[in-house]
Design a protein. Structure first.
Lengths: 358, 279
């Protein structure tokens, strides 16, 4: 099923939690709502489910406005962060709940329900767990039961509210790739709420980056990551350095050094965003690059983290991957040169420019 | 020498002393009175004991007490459940006021509670003339006693349920709704099973208090023997008439109910603890 959100807005009292939301999730697509807490992403998900109501705008299921359809009639599968399993029911009864409460005319026969529950538990790799109670399961198992329960009613769309938020890091990674495969297999339109950028980028076909009740950018993960639409998106997606620069005749100036040349740009003060792993460290006697001094070096296995001070005074963080390290690690006080491999320039007038040097 | 619980083993004497004080207190102030009740009731032997209990007035008092409990407990369980549901699951204007009001019966002296009903519903009271016109007798009659008991025992169920329901949150109800359940199905299949032991526990405490309530009931009761006397009031009357043995015999009935309550409570607590543990 296709989900459409049109100019949606909502306030809690005088606080505006969502405004002007436009979103379209295609049939079978996996969409992630990514943003910090308080960005309105969970509220948006609950509005789609029918647990909350918007003041403005529309929610469309296959083009049909669902404003007048109650949550129980929307046929959505919802997975909660804290599982929300029925604690006094067995795994079997949890999964069967959505079928057992149907009116007699629509309820499948008992044997049919049992068969469906068995199939679903097999799908979530929990065959044989029918008789257990939720408090006898691990976090990952509980969340898989919750997923099976949501799938039992054959939902038109699957909504996941921080489904892995309460799990530990290792289980979370396992669940992530498993969920990805399952969603593909079922070809079920899905919307995931998360504050974890890795989760969003890895799982979703398209990512909506949200902040302060607005969608800042909605695009495929590569675009969102490589071409952030706003400084806020840059800030949110992976440890970016933010440096004050000047744009003059198409040249981007950091202090007096030309960092990059842009094709077309007006003269203005601007900010340059560059991620810590998009900076290459060069030898101090290299012919090019920005001069800098090491303030602190922290060895970290896969990469070494450097805090550096540029010649013009601002500080920069750099992560140097292990393969790029040769010989001795740099130490505090050492001189070094930097090359910015990928960056974005945002100015009040200039708009956004993305550059790749070298 | 190894001392695994160094801090604790060192104060063995302090420990014994504290336990001793607690036990002595328990014996003197809780156990002894219970023993005295039964001892006094049996001073003249078994036969007079049962005779005193079979006294028509005593039986009438027992029946009235049980009738009041039978009316009060279901009503307060239902109202307490509604109040707890509203407070724990919804945010609305006046919520904190309602929360404070629920505790009012515990804060107000039961005698005052009884007096309020007399002033409100008695013949000189606000609604008195109206009630007299319709020939409805509430004060100094059974309806007044039921009302006073309702007031005094209202908080038990709500107070038991509110913290539990708040802790459990709304997620399960929301999950049920999204799976297609209607309001009644959500209540019967999700909400109620999650709180049933706490509800029974609250109802039990409510019943115990309703059976033993003296102050409020005394004010609104007409003290008419065989008609508007509950067990505690009957005990008082007998005692004031120097019929000590009979007074204690009736009192022993109350004590017996208390012991039964205690046993059921212990049983419920075990199930209740498991309910709290499920999360």
């Amino acid at each position: 099923m296709q989900v459409g959100i049109q100019s949606l807005g909502k306030s809690f009292g005088s606080t505006r939690v969502l405004s002007g939301i436009e979103l379209e999730v295609k049939e079978g697509e996996f969409c992630a709502l990514l943003g910090p807490s308080g960005s309105g992403k969970t509220t948006l998900l609950r509005i789609i489910a029918g647990l909350e109501f918007a003041e403005h705008g529309k929610v469309l299921f296959d083009g049909v406005d669902v404003a007048n359809r109650e949550a129980r009639d929307r046929q959505v599968g919802f997975v909660f962060q804290h599982y929300a399993l029925f604690r006094h029911m067995t795994v079997h009864d949890n999964v069967a709940f959505g079928l057992q409460i149907r009116s007699r005319a629509k309820r499948p026969a008992r044997a049919e329900i049992d068969r469906r529950v068995g199939e679903l538990l097999e799908l979530v790799q929990l065959a044989g767990f029918e008789g257990r109670f939720p408090d006898q399961l691990s976090g990952g198992q509980r969340q898989r039961v919750a997923l099976a329960r949501a799938l039992a009613i054959e939902p038109r769309v699957l909504l996941l509210d921080e489904p892995f938020g309460a799990l530990d890091a290792r289980v979370r990674r396992e669940m992530r790739s498993w969920l990805r495969d399952l969603q593909r297999k079922l070809n079920l339109t899905s919307i995931l709420v998360t504050h974890d950028q890795d989760e969003a980028l890895e799982l979703a076909d398209r990512v909506a980056v949200m902040e302060q009740g607005q969608v800042l950018q909605y695009d495929v993960p590569q675009q969102v990551y490589d071409r952030p639409a706003t400084p806020a998106v840059y800030d949110f997606l992976g440890g970016a350095n933010r440096l004050a620069v000047r744009v003059s005749q198409g040249r981007v100036l950091l202090g007096n050094e030309v960092v990059a040349v842009l094709a077309a740009a007006d003269d203005a003060a601007a900010h340059l965003h560059v991620r810590s792993h998009d900076i290459q460290l060069l030898a101090a006697d290299a012919a090019e690059g920005l001069q800098a001094q090491v303030l602190r070096a922290t060895w970290g296995g896969a990469s070494t983290h450097y805090d550096l001070r540029l010649a013009e005074g601002s500080t920069v963080e750099v992560d140097q991957p292990r393969w790029a390290q040769s010989g001795q690690l740099l130490a505090a006080g050492d001189a070094v040169r930097l090359r910015l491999e990928r960056f974005g320039v945002f100015g009040p007038v200039a708009g956004s420019h993305h550059g790749i040097t070298g | 020498m190894s001392r695994p619980n160094g801090a604790l083993t060192e104060s063995a004497w302090v420990r014994r002393l504290l336990i001793g004080i607690a036990l002595a207190f328990f014996a003197v102030f809780l156990l002894l009175p219970l023993v005295v009740v039964f001892a006094e009731a049996l001073t003249k032997g078994i036969a007079p004991y049962f005779e005193a209990m079979q006294e028509p007035d005593a039986i009438a008092a027992l029946k009235l007490s049980l009738a009041i409990v039978a009316i009060v407990v279901p009503i307060n369980a239902l109202c307490g459940l509604c109040a707890a549901w509203a407070i724990a699951k919804f945010r609305f204007a006046g919520r904190s006021l309602l929360l404070a009001l629920i505790d009012l019966p515990f804060a107000v002296s039961p005698v005052i509670a009884g007096l309020v009903y007399v002033l409100l519903l008695g013949s000189p009271g606000v609604l008195g003339p109206l009630l007299r016109e319709w020939d409805i007798q509430i004060i100094f009659a059974v309806p007044g006693m039921v009302l006073a008991t309702l007031f005094v025992t209202f908080p038990f169920v709500a107070r038991e349920l509110i913290p539990l329901m708040e802790q459990q949150g709304n997620d399960e109800e929301h999950a049920a709704r999204l799976l297609g359940a209607n309001g009644l199905q959500i209540f019967l299949r999700v909400t109620l099973p999650n709180i049933k032991w706490a509800l029974m526990y609250g109802a039990l405490l409510c019943g115990a208090r309703a059976l033993g309530e003296f102050g409020a009931v005394s004010v609104v009761s007409g003290h008419i023997r065989g008609q508007t006397n509950t067990l505690p009031l009957q005990v008082e009357i007998l005692y004031n008439e120097y019929q000590f043995q009979a007074a204690f015999a009736v009192a022993s009935m109350l004590a017996l109910f208390a012991l039964i309550t205690l046993a059921v409570k212990a049983l419920l607590e075990r199930r209740y603890a498991r309910e709290l543990g499920h999360h």
